[in-house]
Design a protein around this ligand. Sequence first.
Ligand SMILES: Nc1nc2c(ncn2[C@@H]2O[C@H](COP(=O)(O)OP(=O)(O)O)[C@@H](O)[C@H]2O)c(=O)[nH]1
Ligand SMILES: [Mg+2]
Length: 594
Amino acid sequence: VRALLGTPEGSGALALPTLAPAREELLRLLEDYARGHRLADAPLRVALVGATGAGKSTLLNALAGASLAQEGEARPTSREVTVYAPEGAPLEGLLAPGARVERYRPGAAAGGWSGQTLVDTPDLNSVERVHAERTARALEACDVAVVVMHRGSVAEAVQADFLAGFASRRRLLFAVNYADEYGRESREALKEQVRRLAQERLGLAAEEVPVFAISAREARAGRDVTGEFGALLLSLRALGGAAVAERVRQGNAAAALRALAERVGAGLAEAERVLGQVRGGLAEGLQSARALLREEFEGQLLLASGELAQAVRKQAAGRGWGPAALWMRLSLLGAGGVGAATLVARASLPAGLAVAAGATLVDAVRSRTRAAAARERVLGPGPGEAPDGVAERAARAALAPPRTAAAAAGLPAEQAGLPPVEALAGALQRVREEAWEHAERGAVGAAVAAWWRWARWVLLPLINLPLLALLGHVSWRVVRAYVEGPLLPGAYFYNAAALASVLAMVGGTLASWSLAGAVRRVRAEALARLTERLEAQGEALLAETGGALGGPREDARALLALVRPPGAEGSRREAAGREAAGRERAGAERPGGA
Ligand SMILES: Nc1nc2c(ncn2[C@@H]2O[C@H](COP(=O)(O)OP(=O)(O)O)[C@@H](O)[C@H]2O)c(=O)[nH]1
Ligand SMILES: [Mg+2]
């Protein structure tokens, strides 16, 4: 249990931030549980607790048969703890500063007391908080509390609040003192009031509330005015028997453990709830981040359409054949270069070729710088945009709702498994880069391949056939003129060439039009890739928050499984009884006992 509970700084259930307010109490409960086991066969410890002037010290003296504790007229009478212990009994946990210790030889006490350790405590209801704290510390180290009350303190809220912290893990006995001052009826009425209070405020079952009307002062003088002081003594003696004492301790320890499990269970449930909210917030934030990135990327792709169309045409021209493809290739060189080359070629062919080659080179460089510029424009911050860019804005949008949810629960963002904004922004930017690269390369290839599947059979023949027919016709005319004469005039060839270039131009334009669909496809592909990657990244991020506080949560679950094995339902006392019985059995089975 100690290992699973761990430490607030290290791992273990205590590292759950939702358990932070309960840390001290959990450590106290753990200590209580451990004490029950450590002192398993030490004499039972009985603490006398109650309001100032209730008669605690008088009762201790009556039980011990000696003037051990100071009985006082001036209140509060006892500031310190008085311990009345048999010789040799361990006193660990009881020796707070200022505590007074009286040892007695078992069996020799004048009050007929034997075997147990009695502890007189300061007042519960003193204005000095330190009194109640001392009493609480003393009761933490005891097994049984005898709650001593006078008429005025029976219904005191401070007392009930104090006892509520111990009710489940301490055996309680109630003594209504000053019985010598009331008649039988008021005594019974007071006892009834105590029973009701114990059930309502402390959650005890009716049969768990032993109440005795006594007069401590009379008992001091050896008189039992109600006949119930003897019964109280008997109850305490019965508790003092070794077997009962052990059962009381085990029951108390089991109750402490259950209380501990209850707190841990609540803390774990709260942690799960908070983390659930963080995950919900993150899912929501990621959705708006995705919408933002998609919208922005779609816009950028539209702006980069020219660049993408260029890439598509280049690839398509590479696949095509015949004059139409040639025209497409030529048109990629840029009209300026081709025009200049044609003009110069009329004067000198080598000069024309040189101009064409120069134009091609210039064009290649320009297309490269244009690609770089397009990349810069798509991926970088847009014109007039802050330099943090869309990725950072999206990261902020994704993280805002889960961070709010975590902060509302006092959970630091990193403990909730949320990355810093810069890290997420970096990852989102990488996704954008990847989607753009996909657009430039894979998507263009795929779109052109799809275009080529139909264009090769439909479009290219449609464009190339008239050209080939023209070529055939011209050839036929040339052959016939050569054989039969007269020879064809130069104007004929100029005309045929002009017609061929018109046909090729129309074909090239048709091909370009048909490629508009391919460009759209590239954009859609790139957008789909972006969405897909963003979704995958969102999943990974959600999975990461799912594993937040993994160690402490696991330890808390293991602790709960240890304390409440599956199916162990039923009432508190029943469970305590079962646990004690189980331990007795386990002890009996093991040779040598403990
Ligand atoms: N009449 C009467 N007086 C009592 C009784 N018990 C205690 N006293 C007196 O009440 C005063 C306070 O008692 P004390 O034991 O010091 O109370 P404590 O503050 O609870 O320790 C003392 O003067 C006692 O003599 C009782 O049963 N009957
Ligand atoms: Mg006292």
